[in-house]
Design a protein around this ligand. Structure first.
Ligand code: ADP
Length: 263
């Protein structure tokens, strides 16, 4: 076994993407992100295989594996499963030791987590019942507007005229977008209104965990890569928003950290 028995893996099976992180005693060795698709065991084997190949390691070098995320129970080779709230908090605490407020916006859920300075979860609020306020809402909107979801945030920042989207429901918002397009409304203005809509959902989640007045927000999940969401949350909450270098793998990183304690 290489890595002095210190190499652990965290696997986060999200509704949209599956992530693996390999952690050694000096930090992250490698990671991989892939679409989850319909075959969860296959997606997890792929991300783990790719991470091992990148780090030039083999499965036998891993001392422990923790799996998390909505599909965590479908992973046959993990030592333990832990909820994504606990794993996300552990990952954030590792990267930002003073953080007490986390917002995670993924493909089909969003959550606000309040923690203490030791990274222990004190309270959380989660929206996993409805696509409004999640990455899925932005994906559907981007498709309807014929803009790449990766570009939707930047497009919205070009808006010159303020309009509102009255429907927060993804399906109804989609038909509202279609009629706005038919009325020749600029796509930049529609994109900005869509971001306002998702922002107000997230703002509500944040307030429901009663954060400390001055607590900064650490924003994680794939949607943290959307610059307009970052700016919007800063404006709406009056708080500083910090985004880790790779916000999508923070929960998998937390799982790999917790795997050190499992073994
Ligand atoms: P989950 O963990 O729930 O599977 P992720 O954290 O991987 O989801 O987030 C997926 C979402 O992130 C997508 O729905 C998309 O809206 C958003 N996303 C991913 N990459 C980018 C990017 N480069 N720019 C903007 N948004 C992104």
């Amino acid at each position: 076994m290489r890595g002095d028995g210190m190499i652990t893996a965290g696997i986060d099976v999200g509704s949209t993407t599956t992530k693996a992180v390999l952690l050694g005693k000096d930090g992250i060795y490698s990671y991989s992100v892939q679409a989850t698709g319909i075959d969860i065991p296959e997606a997890t084997e792929q991300v783990l295989g790719e991470s091992l190949a990148q780090a030039n390691l083999s499965f036998e070098d891993i001392a422990g594996i923790v799996s998390t995320g909505y599909g965590r129970i479908s992973i046959p080779f993990s030592s333990q499963t832990i909820t994504e709230i606990t794993c996300n908090a552990a990952g954030v605490h590792h990267l930002f030791p003073n953080a007490t407020l986390v917002v995670d916006i993924g493909g089909q859920d969003s959550k606000a987590i309040k923690m203490d300075k030791k990274g222990r979860v004190r309270q959380f609020a989660m929206n996993d019942k409805c696509a409004a306020g999640t990455g899925k809402f932005l994906e559907v909107a981007a498709q309807t507007l014929r803009v790449d979801v990766e570009e939707l945030g930047k497009t919205s920042l070009e808006s010159k005229n303020k309009i509102t989207i009255s429907n927060t429901c993804t399906v109804f918002a989609q038909s509202e977008i279609v009629s706005l397009i038919a009325r020749k409304t600029e796509k930049e203005d529609i994109a900005a209104a869509l971001h306002e809509s998702i922002g107000s959902r997230i703002y509500g989640l944040i307030n429901s965990v009663y954060p400390e007045p001055k607590a900064e927000i650490v924003l994680t999940g794939g949607v943290a890569r959307n610059i307009a969401i970052v700016k919007l949350l800063e404006r709406m909450t009056g708080r500083m928003v910090m985004v880790p270098e790779n916000p999508q793998i923070v929960t998998a990183l937390g799982a790999a950290i917790l795997a050190r304690k499992v073994n």
